[in-house]
Design a protein around this ligand. Structure first.
Ligand SMILES: [Zn+2]
Length: 171
């Protein structure tokens, strides 16, 4: 792993691993700042610079700028795969999503009106409002700002010591 560079998000969370050549390009294009260097040096006829070990991106990853996609899986992820009516945890096959304000009452299909529900709870609530069904979600549905980043598996035994300050220990 000696000649790869760890790229961090602007808030110092590991984002991805770059080839060192791409890391240097990002530095030259001023897309990233150097946070830590290796002891080795890159030389060419016109310049010499330490090999970057850790970079910090100046911009958030595109995926985060766009916001979290509204999909079934991401709704389940936001709710921790927990039915928001009975509180039970289920696997994806036994979950569905429920309109808190039913569509028949003008409820939209969007983050703030959709919660994870197990199939029996979803059938029980049916097209009723919360008041009519006597069923209210455990937490108010919100649009999530982030979901966990899709991180490469980084084992501190196999990564350069220059990275270790920025890695979450494997537990
Ligand atoms: Zn349920």
């Amino acid at each position: 792993m000696q000649h790869v560079t760890l790229l961090l998000t602007p808030w110092y969370v590991p984002q991805r691993i770059l080839r060192w050549q791409d890391a240097i390009t990002m530095v030259f294009l001023e897309k990233a700042d150097i946070v830590a260097n290796y002891s080795s040096v890159v030389r060419s006829p016109s310049f010499e610079m330490p090999l970057p070990a850790v970079l910090r991106s100046k911009r958030a990853p595109a995926r985060l700028r766009r916001g979290v996609a509204f999909t079934r899986t991401n709704v389940f992820g936001r709710d921790g795969y927990r039915c928001q009516y009975c509180g039970g945890r289920f696997d994806t096959r036994r979950l569905s999503y429920d309109h808190v304000i039913p569509r028949s009452a003008g409820g939209r299909t969007e983050w703030t009106n959709i919660v994870t529900a197990c199939i029996p709870c979803n059938q029980r609530k049916g097209h009723l409002t919360c008041d009519d069904a006597g069923m209210w979600p455990l937490s108010q549905p919100v649009r999530p700002q982030t979901l966990p980043l899709f991180l490469p598996h980084l084992d501190t035994h196999q990564t350069p010591p220059e990275w270790h300050d920025f890695l979450v220990p494997n537990t």
